[in-house]
Write a protein that binds this ligand. Structure first.
Ligand SMILES: NC(=O)c1ccc[n+]([C@@H]2O[C@H](COP(=O)([O-])OP(=O)(O)OC[C@H]3O[C@@H](n4cnc5c(N)ncnc54)[C@H](O)[C@@H]3O)[C@@H](O)[C@H]2O)c1
Length: 457
């Protein structure tokens, strides 16, 4: 007999890894993950999981079929489980009021209604998805419309994992945040969740707050992270005009313990499914509450990110004699960051599309993300090729652009790559990961972010 039955609705980048780690850490709990997408569920039940995360395969192999189960039977699972995490997607709304800004809560609301229709016993419903502040109120109102008198308690427990290091982040989180209502029932539900996490997370790292602080903290955390990237990227533009080196500036600035050195790497821009959507969500909330100055402040973080990507294209154009038409440009990496196959909002998508507009021939290589890259560029038009091997991808290229900081790209033989390229050969390092001086000495014209270019003419 399992001590507790836990359900997660939504088997995505968050639901899958999070529940796998709970199953591993709580072998006496039975953990079920459901999804409306049957292909996703069958992939979770196969030897080829639907997402790539270092360490995930091992944990799933250890727990699946023992106390971790993936299923499409959402209704049955709601009936059988009294602790329900909801980790469905909450993308940016693409239509109507708030289009391009607000969160699209249709998946979220559908889940609330499914829970309402199928629940026969009291449930703790835990918001794992990132949501606008006050969403729990809407969830509570939907659930309170139950006629059968079933009790529901809604908690907020946002997820802070980063893709690429999800398993490590889940096993050793900086903190776990649980927001609850300040009522007897709210506190009891909160304690149930604290008990689960305290199986492996030190108690002082489990923070409990009021429910609205919890919802808002997730949006603010992502806004702060993205803001750091946009801040250093804005500085990189100034470095390029003044012969300062952004890496040196970031190091000098980051050694100040009040500032800290992490998340200060200048790059072609941030990507991922969350930063942009969560900031826009924050911006929308601020405008809704009449705080236009606050909204404008955060909106600049997103605008600088677009500016940074466009600057990359402009730099390529001016370096390559103002035309990219017919030139073969090889993108090293398409994932939005290393160690994931996820390409959602990847700067590589923007760069590839802009290169195609300039009528360049684009070659994409990536160790994990080619399938997603194909889907992202399907129907875009123009010449795009997908090549697994980076050496092969770069043959006949006029330029190589590093889009993702995969370790693999640091270790390539750039002398061999240079040999096979059209001369003059250009290297644009959108992640500042290569040894620029060495590449320059091999013959490349090297353009990094926020550094003086190293050119042979
Ligand atoms: N990806 C991240 O790094 C990350 C980190 C922290 C928080 N989050 C947040 O977590 C949430 C989920 O993100 P994700 O990246 O896992 O998204 P995802 O798109 O990978 O997964 C969401 C899953 O929910 C399923 N789904 C949608 N509606 C459903 C329904 N009614 N019933 C059952 N399943 C349903 C979808 O089919 C999909 O498989 C989002 O709110 C996101 O902002 C994401």
């Amino acid at each position: 007999m399992n001590k507790k039955n836990i359900l997660c609705i939504g088997a995505g980048y968050v639901g899958g890894p999070t529940m796998a780690v709970i199953a591993k850490k709580c072998p006496d709990y039975r953990v079920t993950v459901v999804d409306i997408n049957p292909e996703r569920i069958s992939a979770w039940n196969s030897s080829r999981l639907p997402i790539y995360e270092p360490g995930l395969d091992e944990i799933v192999a250890e727990t699946r079929g023992k106390n971790l189960f993936f299923s499409t039977d959402i209704e049955g699972a709601i009936r059988d489980n009294d602790i329900i995490f909801v980790s469905v997607n909450t993308p940016t709304k693409a239509f109507g009021i708030g289009a391009g800004m607000a969160a699209d809560l249709r998946y979220w609301e559908k889940t609330a209604r499914q829970i309402l229709e199928n629940a026969r016993s009291p449930k703790i419903v835990i918001e794992k998805s990132t949501l606008p502040v006050k969403t729990a109120l809407a969830m509570e109102r939907i659930l309170a419309s139950a006629e059968g008198g079933v009790e529901f308690e809604v908690l907020s427990n946002p997820e802070f994992l980063a893709e690429g290091s999800a398993i490590r982040d889940l096993e050793y989180p900086d903190r776990v945040l649980i927001g609850s209502r300040d009522t007897d029932r709210g506190r009891r539900a909160r304690d149930t969740l604290v008990e689960i996490y305290s199986r492996w997370v030190p108690r002082e790292k489990i923070i409990t707050t009021n429910i609205w602080s919890s919802e808002l903290s997730k949006l603010v955390a992502n806004a702060f992270l993205a803001q750091r990237v946009s801040s250093i990227n804005a500085v990189s533009a100034l470095c390029e005009k003044t012969e300062a080196d952004v890496t040196e500036v970031a190091r000098a600035v980051g050694l100040d313990s009040r500032i800290g050195g992490r998340f200060l790497n200048a790059s072609v821009g941030f990507g991922g499914s969350c930063f942009k959507k969560d900031i826009l969500n924050l911006v929308y909330l601020c405008r809704f509450y009449g705080l236009d100055e606050v909204a404008d402040y955060w909106e600049r973080v997103v605008k600088i990110n677009v500016y940074q990507q466009e600057r990359f294209i402009e730099k390529m154009l001016s370096a390559m004699f103002n035309t990219l038409a017919g030139k073969r440009i090889c993108l090293f990496g398409f994932a939005f960051k290393a160690d994931t196959g996820d390409t959602r909002e990847s700067p590589a998508i923007y760069i590839a599309k802009r290169l195609l507009e300039e009528q360049a021939e684009v070659v994409v290589t990536d160790p994990r993300a080619l399938e997603n890259a194909r889907a992202d560029l399907a129907g875009v038009g123009g010449s795009v090729q997908f090549v697994e091997d980076p050496y092969e991808a770069a043959v006949g290229a006029h330029a190589v652009c590093v889009m993702t900081e995969w370790d693999l790209y640091r270790r390539l033989d750039y002398g061999r790559i240079w040999e096979e390229m059209v001369k003059p050969a250009f290297l644009f390092d959108g992640r500042n990961i290569l040894d620029h001086r060495r590449c320059f000495e091999m013959g490349f014209n090297v353009y990094a972010i926020g550094k003086p270019p190293l050119t042979h003419f």
